[in-house]
Design a protein around this ligand. Structure first.
Ligand SMILES: C[S@@+](CC[C@H](N)C(=O)[O-])C[C@H]1O[C@@H](n2cnc3c(N)ncnc32)[C@H](O)[C@@H]1O
Length: 350
C-alpha cells in the first residue's frame, strides 16, 4: 500500500493559520495541550468538556496534532471509497456538489474530500457542529485550503450550522435539504450507541435521484467499541443500503459473532514532523494511520459489486498462527500460513 500523505498546501495553510490565530501557542504549550487532550481522548474521556474545541489551547492542539491525522485517515478512507464507488458508477458527479460535514470540528473530512481528486467546479459545503468557535475556524480553514488546492476555481460556498446533530438532521429532513455526500469523522464515538437511528437520519438527507442516491462516509477510531458499534449499525441497515467499503460483500459482518476480532484498516502514512515528534513522545505509532470506516449509499442493490463477492476479500487480522484471517462473502477464511503478511484492510482477489 502506498503511504497516504498530506498535500504541501495543507501544511502551509495550517502553519499560517496557527501563527495568525493562536500566536500564544508555542510548541512547548501545544505539546502540553496535546498530552492533556490525548489522555482525555483515550482513558479519561469524561474529563474532556463537551465544548473542548471552543477553548483556544485545545483548538490549537487539535489543529497541530489530531487534525492532520484525521485528514490522513479521512483521505485514505475517501481514496478507497472513491476508487471503488467509481468502479460501480456510485461516485456522485453532479454539476454542483453538495457536501455536509457532520460533527465537522475543524473540517478534517472536508479537507480530505477536497484532496481526493477532481471535483465539480461548484461546491457547496455545510459544516455542522455544536462548538461555535471550532466551526468559525473550520470555515476559514476550508476556504483557505480550497483556494490553495483549486486555484482558478470559484471558492466553495461554505455554510455553518451551530447545532447538535439530531435536531439539525430533523430540520434538514423537514426542510427538504439534500446532499450528494455526507461526511462524519470521529463524531459518532462522542454519541452513545446504538448509532443506526442517527445514521438513518443521515441517509435520509442524501439525494435520492443521484446515481446511488448519494454517498455517506463515516470514519471512526480503530478501537474495538467504536469499530463494533459501527459494524452493528451497518448490519442493522444492510438491507436498505449498498455498502461501498470496507466490505467486499453485501452480507452481515462475520466479525460481530466473535469477541476478539474487529474490522479496521491500517495504512502507511507520512505524518508531519511535529506530529511525529509528539507521537513518539506519547508512545503512539508514527508511520501509519488506523481507522474503522463505512461508506454506503442509501439504496439497496444500487449497483453490482465491483468484483464477484466469492472472489474478493479483505484482510481482517494481523498475521496469526494458522494463517491471516480474510473476510470473503461474509465468512472468515484463513490464508495459507506461509503467505507473506499483509496489512489489515488489504483487498485480495482470486
Ligand atoms: C473528534 S472531533 C472530530 C472533528 C472532525 N470531524 C475531525 O474528523 O477531525 C468530534 C466533533 O464532533 C462534534 N460533536 C460531538 N457530538 C456532537 C453532537 N451531538 N452534535 C454536534 N456535534 C457533535 C464535536 O463538537 C467535535 O467537533
Amino acid at each position: 500500500m502506498t503511504p497516504v500523505a498530506l498535500p504541501q498546501a495543507y501544511l502551509d495553510v495550517t502553519s499560517a493559520f496557527m501563527n495568525e490565530r493562536f500566536p500564544q501557542a508555542t510548541p512547548k504549550k501545544v505539546a502540553g495541550d496535546v498530552q492533556r487532550m490525548s489522555d482525555a481522548f483515550t482513558a479519561d474521556r469524561e474529563e474532556l468538556p463537551g465544548s473542548y474545541l471552543n477553548h483556544p489551547p485545545s483548538r490549537s492542539a487539535y489543529l497541530a496534532f489530531f487534525h492532520p491525522q484525521q485528514v490522513l485517515r479521512a483521505l485514505s478512507a475517501i481514496q478507497e471509497t472513491r476508487r471503488r464507488a467509481e468502479l460501480r458508477g456510485l461516485w456522485p458527479k453532479p454539476d454542483v456538489l453538495r457536501v455536509v460535514d457532520l460533527g465537522a470540528g475543524l473540517g478534517a473530512m472536508t479537507w480530505a474530500l477536497l484532496a481526493s481528486g477532481d471535483l465539480p467546479e461548484q461546491i457547496e459545503i455545510t459544516l455542522v457542529d455544536h462548538q461555535k468557535s471550532a466551526l468559525s475556524d473550520a470555515r476559514d480553514l476550508v476556504l483557505r485550503v480550497a483556494a490553495a488546492l483549486r486555484p482558478g476555481s470559484p471558492p466553495p460556498r461554505v455554510r455553518t450550522a451551530v447545532s447538535q446533530l439530531q435536531p439539525w438532521l430533523d430540520k434538514a429532513a423537514a426542510e427538504g435539504w439534500r446532499y450528494d455526500i455526507a461526511l462524519l469523522g470521529g463524531v459518532l464515538n462522542e454519541i452513545k450507541p446504538p448509532w443506526a437511528p442517527m445514521i438513518q437520519c443521515v441517509l435520509a438527507i442524501l439525494d435520492g435521484p443521484a446515481p446511488g442516491g448519494g454517498l455517506m462516509l463515516i470514519v471512526e477510531p480503530a478501537l474495538p467499541p467504536f469499530a463494533r458499534s459501527l459494524v452493528e449499525a451497518r448490519d442493522e441497515l444492510v438491507g436498505s443500503t449498498t455498502t461501498i467499503a470496507p466490505c467486499t460483500h453485501a452480507r452481515t459482518c462475520p466479525l460481530l459473532r466473535l469477541r476478539k476480532d474487529w474490522c479496521f484498516t491500517v495504512r502507511p502514512a507520512r505524518l508531519p514532523p511535529f506530529v511525529i515528534e509528539q507521537a513518539r513522545r506519547l508512545g503512539h505509532q508514527n508511520e501509519e494511520v488506523r481507522y474503522a470506516f463505512w461508506a454506503a449509499t442509501p439504496r439497496a442493490g444500487a449497483a453490482l459489486p465491483e468484483h464477484p463477492e466469492d472472489r474478493h476479500g479483505r484482510i481482517v487480522s494481523d498475521p496469526v498462527p494458522g494463517g491471516q484471517v480474510l473476510c470473503v462473502a461474509g465468512e472468515r477464511e484463513r490464508r495459507d500460513e506461509r503467505a507473506p503478511g499483509l496489512r489489515r484492510g488489504a483487498l485480495l482477489r482470486r
